[in-house]
Design a protein around this ligand. Structure first.
Ligand SMILES: Nc1nc2c(ncn2[C@@H]2O[C@H](COP(=O)(O)OP(=O)(O)O)[C@@H](O)[C@H]2O)c(=O)[nH]1
Ligand SMILES: [Mg+2]
Length: 282
């Protein structure tokens, strides 16, 4: 039996996305892949839609229902712990909104054979943001990644704010999730920072980051400001932590090309990997 992959998806008002997402994830034909939604009593009924899916697809779709909006960070921590407790060897994290194309997941899993963390990155060569993003939005995202997190925390990861990643079980165990305190969006930055501090082998692979298909972002101006300020709090909390010397990065070329060709052959896939930097996942 192949190792279990758990895709953890936090949801808040994603009722129109979750069924499409499940269909797409299951059509990837990744062996032993399961999906865990962590829903915060979404007013639009996402929790019920996800629950219906869990009933239709027992053992493949799971839902954690939380009583109210408790934040992205705590949703992920709860989801990761649940995934580890249920035997996942690989844990994928992603948005529900198709900004993170499921088509990349086989490639993530290919790289995860040799790396501890695989990050879908908008800021490595070949990575790309949706053409519809305004100049202001681009600038803010670039500033957060290329200036802010680098300046305050010294993170080397180019897309430290991104939320599309694949963790090996051992990586999450080494990070020690109990130490992660970020409840909101800055969770992504803290996890990146903690991964670097733990000396994990990190691979950033280029992704095309599409604008969400349906629904609205929960990322308001206030949330952005709060995330920016919370970076200082992370710096303070980790002030006594020493970075563990990073293990040498492995050579990965053969696996990368093999996995890419598998994805290209996928029937009917819209193929974010086909002409990756151009194709929109919509
Ligand atoms: N459970 C839970 N999910 C959340 C919360 N805030 C955002 N999400 C989900 O986290 C993912 C990322 O949020 P999104 O609005 O897409 O942020 P953006 O991609 O930065 O615009 C989506 O799947 C949201 O539904 C929250 O407080 N609780
Ligand atoms: Mg999103």
């Amino acid at each position: 039996m192949a190792n279990k992959t758990m895709v953890v998806v936090p949801t808040y008002n994603e009722a129109a996305n979750v069924r499409f997402l499940v269909d797409k994830l299951l059509s990837l034909n990744v062996a032993n892949l399961e999906i865990l939604f962590v829903d915060d009593a979404s007013p639009d009924g996402t929790g019920q839609v996800a629950e219906n899916l869990a009933q239709e697809l027992p053992g493949r779709v799971h839902v954690i229902h939380r009583p109210c909006k408790l934040g992205l960070g705590t949703a992920y921590i709860q989801g990761f712990n649940w995934a580890l407790g249920h035997g996942a060897e690989y844990v994928v994290q992603m948005d529900a909104d198709f900004s993170h194309s499921p088509d990349y997941i086989p490639q993530f899993l290919g790289f995860a054979q040799q790396f501890d963390v695989v990050i879908g990155s908008r800021y490595v060569s070949g990575g790309k943001l949706d053409e519809q993003w305004s100049a202001g939005r681009r600038l803010l995202s670039w500033w957060a990644n290329s200036i802010w997190t680098r300046l305050i925390l010294g993170v080397k990861t180019k897309d430290a704010t991104g939320g599309f990643k694949c963790w090996r079980r051992s990586a999450l165990e080494q990070i020690d999730l109990q130490r992660i305190r970020s409840t909101g969006y800055v969770f992504q930055v803290e996890m990146c920072y903690a991964a670097e501090q733990a000396g994990l082998r990190i691979k950033e692979i280029p992704i095309y980051f599409a604008d969400r298909r349906i629904g609205q972002s929960k990322m308001s101006g206030r949330v952005k400001l709060e995330a920016a300020l919370r970076v200082f709090e992370i710096r303070w909390r980790y002030r006594t932590t020493r970075t563990i010397k990073r293990a040498p990065q492995p050579v990965v070329q053969p696996i990368a090309s093999r996995v890419t060709s598998i994805v290209r052959e996928e029937p009917g896939g819209k193929g974010a990997l086909r002409g990756m930097s151009r194709t929109k996942d919509r």
